[in-house]
Ligand binder design. Structure first.
Ligand SMILES: [Zn+2]
Length: 391
């Protein structure tokens, strides 16, 4: 164990020792207690130095008799263990605190809460769950316990269990908790969608949108079920809502949205909408879509004029690749086509090694889209990358 960590470990006992000595200095003849603590302190230190850390902890616990001032030292010591990944040791200290009969309620609750966190970190979900459930009615811990319980049910994919907490979550009015719960409904809706259970899907998603009106995942799923049942008008409205909810995510639905407008024979209306999206967000996917409209309705040169001014305003690799492609189709010289093809292939290869999505919470990059970030587990935070190499 490096020296610095050793010092940290000894800090709580040194503090308690100092306090103990200070308190006892008034009672000069309380020599026995003083000797006792001093003994335990040096025995603990000896264990630490000879690398017998578990024995050292037992001694530290024994030496730090639970007086008001030393409870904080226990928590500090346990937190230190947990940060170092030594969960069994953190557990030992927190369990010791929970067992103490005459500990003030406030400290006991904190110990129970910390114990729940230890169990969770150790992957002991059942035991963590029972600790957090006990704390649900406690004002200081209810929101935190709810959020840990939802974390547990997310890990175990126990969506129904999470939904049972709806009443408590709604009561907190906490945006993040409501957003998480809405995604639990979306998970169930995804399962119902696979079985094409129209009414169930709609009901589940109505619940989700009620909890979190900004849940673009709900509208995304609603659009799928409407589309499956040829209700293209409803699907288009859902896609429009996604644009209002989350402009960053929207480029990913443009293709699906186009298909629905196409079914309704309302292409002009679609391109009007896409033009608005491009003007407001500068999205490259929207730009490329709009260019296809200019090419087919007007002319190649009109489309080329548009893309050149667009790229001058906001250059992106994907936009540039599209320009090369347009140039290729309008040139008649064999030689020039081959040259342009080399550039296009190079740009494709470059874009292929770039990730399409990045998590807005933790920065995790991925080529595949996930509704829950594989790294930080936040919901609906993986969105198309922005900037030169993205949208
Ligand atoms: Zn993340």
């Amino acid at each position: 164990m490096p020296m610095l960590e050793l010092l940290f470990l000894l800090l709580p006992i040194a503090m308690a020792y100092g306090w103990f000595m200070g308190r006892n200095s008034v009672k000069q003849n309380d020599q026995t207690a003083k000797d006792d603590l001093s003994n335990k302190y040096s025995t603990g230190l000896n264990y630490l130095l000879s690398n017998q850390q578990d024995k050292a902890i037992d001694y530290l616990l024994e030496a730090l008799k639970l007086e008001d001032d030393s409870v904080e030292a226990h928590f500090a010591m346990a937190n230190l263990f947990r940060r170092r990944g030594e969960l069994d040791r953190a557990l030992k200290v927190h369990e010791y605190l929970v067992r103490q009969k005459n500990l003030p309620t406030k400290d006991k609750e904190q110990a129970a809460f910390e114990l729940g966190k230890d169990f969770l970190s150790a992957g002991l979900y059942d035991r963590a769950e029972s600790m957090f459930v006990k704390l649900l009615k406690n004002k200081s811990y209810s929101l935190k316990s709810l959020s840990y319980l939802m974390q547990i049910y997310q890990s175990t994919k126990d969506w129904h269990q999470g939904i049972k907490l709806k009443k408590a979550i709604v009561k907190t009015r906490d945006k993040k908790a409501l957003h998480t719960l809405a995604n639990f409904y979306c998970e169930l809706a995804t399962l119902a969608l696979e079985k094409d259970q129209f009414i169930e899907v709609i009901e589940l998603l109505e619940n989700a949108l009620q909890l979190d009106p900004n849940s673009c995942r709900s509208n995304w799923l609603l659009a799928q079920i409407y589309e499956n049942h040829q209700q293209y008008n409803e699907a288009c409205l859902c896609y429009q809502d996604i644009y209002l909810q989350d402009k960053d995510f929207f480029p990913d639905v443009i293709e699906k949205m186009h298909k629905c407008y196409h079914e309704l024979d309302a292409e002009d209306e679609f391109y009007q909408f896409i033009r608005k999206v491009y003007d407001e967000t500068g999205s490259t996917t929207a730009l490329i879509k709009y260019l296809s409209y200019l090419e087919s309705t007007y002319s190649n040169s009109k489309a080329k004029e548009f893309i050149l001014s667009a790229l001058k305003r906001k250059p992106t690799i994907r936009g540039f690749k599209h320009l090369v492609k347009m140039q290729m189709s309008s040139t008649e010289s064999q030689n020039q086509t081959e040259n342009l093809d080399v550039i296009k292939e190079l740009l494709s290869a470059y874009l292929n090694v770039k990730h399409r999505y990045s998590c807005r919470t933790c920065g995790f990059n991925s080529s595949t889209h996930y509704w829950s970030c594989p790294s930080c587990h936040d919901w609906e935070q993986l969105k198309p990358v922005r900037g030169l190499e993205g949208e």
